[in-house]
Each structure stands twice: as structure tokens, then as C-alpha cells.
Design a protein around this ligand. Structure first.
Ligand SMILES: [Zn+2]
Ligand SMILES: [Zn+2]
Length: 314
């Protein structure tokens, strides 16, 4: 299956400020030596050696993850502002997908605010299915597009064939795979999802303050977490902040590493980045997470930063 990050930031969209752009350019220019400009190959080599926090950005859009199990059909997790970026690039896809399945972790605004800009809703040739384990899904989606919060209603923009599904306890068969869900600890509740294509599995667990219950070796936890190929996990805080912000509903990257190691996960993607953190701080956290893991005396876990535009294949 293919996975792509369209929005990785937590809480609120966080565009790169002008000062950060100037600072990145200034730092790059200071690093250039005459030899780096001698040929196109030398320039490419110079750029390839720049650290990722300098030559790029983790991205400022809020939660949205795309998964492709079958060509022509798209599975999306959350409709944060990254959903607008996803919509904008659809015109370049050939063939264009005709079936869209949107699963919601919960309805905090950073996971919903891209819905009014979700272009497929206006296309009568496509179908859009919405899913959540919670009741009242249709009202929750429509409710954010009412006067005075938005100029047009959901009904006014929608020409696609839409359906709203409340998920039952059994995994949902979809596009040749299966979708599982699990309730996580977050103010007002939040749901993690797991996509399995029969061979590989990817877990999306945003907005989760991990507790000892999540580490318990219960049959439910084993079925959901154990041996997953990838875990996209809320890692908004440092350990110090997680102590300070107890009960705010988010986890530290170090607890995330413990958790991924405990469940024998192969690839951990730190996700739902703190809006206060710049690229350098996020990459420092990534290095700290890797350093922490190297001292656990375990092996087999790769740790990455979830970055906007990044594509994965499992
Ligand atoms: Zn959130
Ligand atoms: Zn939330």
C-alpha cells in the first residue's frame, strides 16, 4: 500500500514565517564555497549535503494522510488543512480517482478544517464516503459549514454522491484491505485506525496521550498494535512538556519510542508536530528520539519525522 502525508502539524496550521525563510536562505548562502558553484553537479552535491531542517520544512498543514490500497480509490485519514493540498494536486493525477473514503479520528477543528476545501465534493462523477465510530457524523461535518462560520453550506458545495457510515466493532473491509479502529485517550475521545492489506499494516494514532493501558498486553492491544509495519503517532511534546501538559491529550516522543519498541513496530513516524516548534527543533527531537532508542538496548525500529509531501510504500 502507498501512504502519503498531506498534513502533519498539530493543533493549528503553521505556515513558515517570513523570518524563517530569510534565516534558512542566509544560513545556506553562508555555507557556500566557490567550489560548490563550479558546475551543476557541484551545486547538486552541495544541496544534497544540507541538513533537512535547512533545505526543506516539515510542513505547516494540519492532519491529513492518504492511503492507496487500490488504484482509483483513495482512503484519507482526517480532513485537516492538508486536505486542501491533497485536493489541489488531484487535477494532475491520471487516471483521476473516483472513490474517496474519509475516516475521522475525532472532530477537533485541526482535523476537520480542510473539508470545505475538499474539491471532490463538488464533482458529480465521484463518490465520497465518510466514516467514524461516533454517532452524528453527518451533523458534525455539516455543522462547521454553517453561518456565520462559513459562507456556503455543505449541501450547497456537494454534488458528489455522499454517504455517512458509523463504524461497527468489526473491521471494515475496504479496497481489498481491512480498516480497524481503537479508542485512544484524548479530551472528548479520539480514534486510532489501522489499515491492513493482508500483508502489511499501518497505524494512524494522532491526538493520543498514551497511558499504561496502551502498553498492557491485552488481546485487543495485541491485535491492534503488535508488529505493525508503520505507526504514525502523536509525538507533540518533549518529555518535560508532557509532564507539564498532563491531560492535554498528547504524548511525548520518548514515550512514543517506548510504545513503538514495546509493540515491535518497524517504522515510527513522529506526527502532530507542536506549532511552536521550528524545523530545527523538530529535527533535534528526532535525533533525541533516535538517541533514546539506541540506549534502550533493542533493535529493529526505524524512527522518522512525518513530513508534508513524503510518500511511503509498504
Ligand atoms: Zn489535533
Ligand atoms: Zn484533538
Amino acid at each position: 500500500m502507498k501512504v502519503k502525508f498531506w498534513g502533519v502539524r498539530g493543533s493549528i496550521p503553521t505556515p513558515l514565517p517570513p523570518e524563517a525563510v530569510r534565516s534558512k536562505i542566509t544560513t545556506v548562502v553562508q555555507r557556500i564555497r566557490p567550489a560548490d558553484l563550479e558546475s551543476p553537479a557541484a551545486r547538486e552535491f552541495f544541496l544534497s549535503r544540507l541538513p533537512p531542517w535547512l533545505f526543506g520544512t516539515a510542513g505547516g498543514n494540519t492532519s491529513c494522510i492518504e492511503v492507496e490500497l487500490q488504484p482509483g480509490s483513495v482512503v484519507l485519514f482526517d480532513g485537516g488543512s492538508g486536505l486542501r493540498e491533497f485536493s489541489a494536486q488531484l487535477v494532475h493525477r491520471n487516471p483521476r480517482p473516483t472513490r474517496f473514503h474519509l475516516f475521522f479520528s475525532h472532530f477537533h477543528y485541526d482535523h476537520l478544517q480542510g473539508i470545505p476545501f475538499f474539491a471532490p465534493l463538488g464533482d458529480p462523477r465521484v463518490s465520497v464516503d465518510f466514516y467514524s465510530p461516533e454517532e452524528g457524523l453527518k451533523e458534525k461535518i455539516e455543522g462547521q459549514m454553517l453561518t456565520p462560520y462559513f459562507p456556503v453550506t455543505f449541501a450547497m458545495v456537494t454534488q458528489a454522491k455522499t454517504a455517512f457510515h458509523r463504524l461497527g466493532a468489526e473491521p471494515l473491509p475496504l479496497d481489498g484491505g481491512r480498516i480497524f479502529w481503537k479508542r485512544m485517550n484524548h479530551p472528548g475521545g479520539c480514534f486510532a485506525y489501522k489499515v491492513s492489506d493482508g500483508t502489511n499494516s499501518v497505524i494512524y494514532a494522532t491526538d493520543s496521550e498514551l497511558t499504561e493501558k496502551d502498553f498492557e498486553k491485552s488481546p485487543e492491544n495485541r491485535e491492534f498494535f503488535e508488529n505493525a509495519d508503520a505507526l504514525i503517532l502523536d509525538s507533540q511534546y518533549t518529555l518535560g512538556e508532557a509532564v507539564e501538559k498532563y491531560n492535554w491529550g498528547h504524548s511525548s516522543f520518548s514515550l512514543g519510542v517506548d510504545f513503538a519498541a514495546e509493540w515491535n513496530i518497524r517504522n515510527l513516524y513522529l506526527f502532530h508536530h507542536e506549532p511552536l516548534y521550528n524545523d530545527r527543533k523538530l529535527h533535534n527531537n528526532l535525533q533525541s528520539a533516535r538517541w533514546y532508542y539506541s540506549h534502550l538496548g533493542k533493535s529493529g525500529l526505524n524512527i522518522f519525522l512525518a513530513e508534508e509531501g513524503r510518500e511511503l510504500e509498504f
